[in-house]
Design a protein around this ligand. Sequence first.
Ligand code: COA
Length: 148
Amino acid sequence: MLEIKKIQPTDTYIVRHPVLRKGKAIETCRFENDELPSTTHFGCFFEGKLVGVVSLFEKSNNLFEEKNQFQLRGMAVLEEYQKKGLGEKLIIFLENYIKNNQENALIWLNARESALKFYEKLNYVVIGNVFDIKDIGKHYMMFKHLDS
Ligand SMILES: CC(C)(COP(=O)(O)OP(=O)(O)OC[C@H]1O[C@@H](n2cnc3c(N)ncnc32)[C@H](O)[C@@H]1OP(=O)(O)O)[C@@H](O)C(=O)NCCC(=O)NCCS
């Protein structure tokens, strides 16, 4: 059985750590502004086990003109549960959550090069050139308009 629901900031570490911060100190799993009331964390539970996470930050980027902007961060699915459609379900859930609360919102994110195709399948578009994030690697900025 699959369930997607809001989770607490530190709950995300169970998935962030092995997937996004493997071999690094657990403190590296904390993202700036994780605890803000305006930040929302979602977890995907498979048979009761937390196997996927994604977080949504109210953060504007000068590149875009929209009033309602959100940055998507910390998208991760445990390795043994990847490529089963769970990541896609989490993103769709998050998009619907925004659509239910905001009109004409925009989501932007910094995608790892390895995740580019995943986001492209979900209609996210690259803006700008490839850039490097220290210790993590090449990234692309991507965005998507959410029509209400
Ligand atoms: C990227 C990630 C979140 C995708 O989650 P997932 O549950 O594996 O993805 P899904 O199974 O929902 O995939 C949805 C579609 O994207 C495709 N896809 C997923 N990951 C892909 C990848 N790395 N390369 C190419 N295509 C990919 C799938 O094949 C699927 O397409 P299909 O429906 O035609 O088969 C997950 O693989 C992950 O945690 N990766 C490591 C961490 C990471 O890179 N996070 C993103 C940081 S920006």
